[in-house]
Design a protein around this ligand. Structure first.
Ligand code: NAD
Ligand code: UD1
Length: 340
């Protein structure tokens, strides 16, 4: 009987790119997604890119009966867990929604996995768990901090649950991947980030200004202690991130315990550098104005990616130009995202 990888949230931005990587590597994939922040069209696009079809199940990871049926029906050998909500502002306004989805959803999944004797897991964590470190770059041995919002706290709580799981039962083999700032899109232009409503994150916002849907970008603060005064982040191409998942999955296959890896490039770019790079790639001029700092933002954040390089033999291969060219190809050929 063939074996499958279960991908929760596989219709979403990072999950869809990772599904492509897994299918191309010869894995069979089962996706569960409730489509709360994604479109079924992404599954059709995955088929167009790979010529292969993931099995798609529309449902919620908090539906324990559904999870039990999935683990009974399929021969799942590992789970990649992307399903969750990620809008920082919304998490401040509606924390119950975030703890229910991200924490209760993860618990429901872990319970169903244990019941089915499936103990390999790759979890989507975030650099937000580091809080506001005193120095850069950030290594995995930095202490975790206090995330400034409920979204970030849900990531930290799930990491703590994972640490307790591996202590309690030595069969678990879990990678927690701390992403820095995922951007970009598949080079085909067929899948990409498709945020609902007004984007919160920088590059989706810039893209919407470029297609004329939003008038101008607000640059949140130019008085940080950085070379040009604007915030610095470690932007990583989503295709590199997807490859990092494949490597992590393979790395935990014959191990047990919990493994934390930063997935970043090790390079930081400022908001103004991002605007300039996007303008160069797209040929569009981006209107912007300097606005007050956004609550909860930190001045700078970039990874020390050497642990992943040594232990996974993974490092980001795509640079800023690739991130911008691929973002623009996706945005300009799908101006309304998957509804285009
Ligand atoms: P996304 O919203 O595009 O994808 C998440 C997917 O999960 C969506 O398709 C959504 O419909 C689905 N989903 C949400 N709740 C669900 C539930 N209860 N049951 C079933 N499906 C559910 O987000 P993304 O950018 O692809 O992020 C994937 C994961 O990575 C998330 O856990 C996110 O918190 C984490 N992460 C993202 C970033 C980022 O910048 N994109 C950074 C760090 C961590
Ligand atoms: C944000 C979240 C973080 C989450 C990550 C990925 C906050 C405080 N943090 O990270 O928890 O894991 O997204 O979803 O929201 N910027 C502007 N104008 C904009 C948007 C952003 O100037 O319209 C600036 C920000 O101030 C920051 C940089 O661009 O300096 C990147 O912002 P963003 O893309 O939102 O990512 P983070 O803030 O790093």
């Amino acid at each position: 009987m063939s074996k499958q990888i279960l991908i929760t949230g596989g219709a979403g931005y990072i999950g869809s790119h990772t599904t492509v990587s897994l299918l191309e590597a010869g894995h069979e994939v089962v996706i569960i997604d409730n489509l709360s922040n994604s479109s079924i069209e992404s599954i059709n696009r995955i088929q167009l890119i790979t010529g292969k079809s993931p099995i798609f199940i529309e449902g919620d990871i908090r539906d324990t009966d559904l999870l039990d049926r999935i683990f009974t029906k399929f021969n799942i050998e590992a789970v990649l867990h992307f399903a969750g909500l990620k809008a920082v502002g919304e998490s401040v306004e509606d924390p119950i929604k975030y703890y229910s989805n991200n924490v209760c959803g993860s618990l429901s999944l872990f319970q169903a996995m244990a019941k089915a004797d499936v103990f390999r897991l790759v979890f989507s964590s975030s650099a937000t768990v580091y809080g506001e470190p005193d120095n850069m770059p950030i290594s995995e041995d930095f202490l975790t901090g206090t995330p400034t919002n409920p979204y970030g706290k849900t990531k930290l709580v799930v990491e703590q649950i994972i640490a307790d799981l591996v202590q309690a039962d030595r069969r678990w083999s879990i990678a927690s991947l701390r992403y820095f700032n995922p951007v970009g899109a598949h080079p085909s232009g067929l899948i990409g980030e498709d945020p609902q409503g007004i984007p919160n994150n920088l590059l989706p916002y810039i893209s919407r200004v470029a297609i004329g849907e939003l008038a101008e970008l607000s640059v949140f603060g130019n008085d940080y202690a950085t070379p040009d005064g604007t915030g610095i982040r470690d932007y990583i191409h989503v295709v590199d991130l997807a490859k990092g998942h494949l490597k992590s999955l393979h790395a935990i296959f014959h191990k047990t315990g919990m493994y934390i890896w930063n997935l970043g490039t090790g390079k930081g770019y400022s908001v103004l550098e991002m605007i300039a790079a996007f303008e160069k790639a797209s040929g569009k001029s981006i209107a912007y104005r300097i606005a007050p700092r956004r609550a909860g933002d930190i001045a700078e954040c970039w990874a020390n990616p050497s642990k992943a390089a040594e232990e996974l033999l993974w490092e980001a291969e795509l640079g800023l130009d690739d991130m911008m060219i691929d973002t623009w190809r996706w945005q300009s050929s799908n101006p309304q995202g998957y509804d285009s």
